[in-house]
Design a protein around this ligand. Sequence first.
Ligand SMILES: Nc1ncnc2c1ncn2[C@@H]1O[C@H](COP(=O)(O)OP(=O)(O)O)[C@@H](O)[C@H]1O
Ligand SMILES: [Mg+2]
Length: 271
Amino acid sequence: MNSPTPNAHSAAAGISIQDVEVTYGLGSAEPVQALAPVSLEIQGGSFVSLVGPSGCGKSTLLKVLADLMPPTLGKVVIDGAAPSTLRNAGRIGLVFQQANLMPWLTIEKNVQLLDEIVSKKSGDKRAAHKPRVSDLLEVVGLKGFEKKLPHQLSGGMQQRASLARALALDPSILLMDEPFGALDEITRDRMAFELMRIWQQYQKTVIFVTHSLAEAVFLSDQVVLMSARPGRIHKVYEINLPRPRNEETRLSDEFISLVGEINRELYKVML
Ligand SMILES: Nc1ncnc2c1ncn2[C@@H]1O[C@H](COP(=O)(O)OP(=O)(O)O)[C@@H](O)[C@H]1O
Ligand SMILES: [Mg+2]
C-alpha cells in the first residue's frame, strides 16, 4: 500500500503514572479496590501493552489516563499536564472493542465528525496541521469506502474507521482497550500488522490493552503484566525485538520464548 506522509503532527507525549489507586464504591458497604497504588513511567512515542487476568484493572487504568474517571489517590501527568487538560483540548484518542460508529453517517463523516466537534468545543485552531481524513482512510486501508455506511463494512473495517477517527484528532496519546477483541483471529493478526505500520508512521504514544500475549509482544516496546485483587503491576518486560517487525518476527525464537516467558508468569499471577 502506498501510504501518504502525514502532515506535521504533534510530538508524542510521555506519561507518568504516580501511585494511582482506584477504589469503586468508596463509602459503600462493599468497596472494590480495582487498583493498588500503580506507578509507571512511559516514554513519549513508545508502544506499551497492558496484559493480565480479567479484572486486574486494565480498563480502570485506561479510564484514569483518559480522564474518564479520577483516581481515588495518586495522579497522572501527561506531557507535564493533567489528563483533563489533554482531554479538554481533544488530544486523547480512544479506541474500544466496539467501533461505535454513527450508523447513519458515512465512514468519511464518522472519521471527521468527532474532530470537528472537539475542535469547535476546545477552540482548537490546528486544523491545517492535522492529518487529512482522506490520508487517514488510505493509511488504515479504507480508501474507496469513504461513502459507505458502517453496516456495509466488516467488523475489522469498522475498527479501522474507529482508529482513523481517533487519529483524526491528532492525539498526543492513543489509548486502546482490547480494540481487536471482537474480531476473528485472522483479521486480528492482520490488524496487529496494520497497527504496527500505522504506529511507525505516526509515532504516537500508545497504551494498548489486550488478552493476547503474542499481540502484546509483537507490537510493544514494553509489556506490563498486571495481577488482580487489587490490580497492581507485577512485572514490566522490555521487548527489544528489532524494528521494523514483520511476519518473520513472530516466527523468531526470541519472540516465541518471550511470549512463553510472559505466559508462564501470567499463570503464576492467576493462581
Ligand atoms: N464501575 C464499577 N463499579 C464497581 N466495580 C468495578 C467497576 N468497574 C470495574 N470494577 C471492578 O474493578 C476491577 C477491575 O476492573 P477492570 O478495570 O474492568 O479490569 P480489566 O479491564 O482488567 O478486566 C474488577 O474487580 C471489576 O469488577
Ligand atoms: Mg477491561
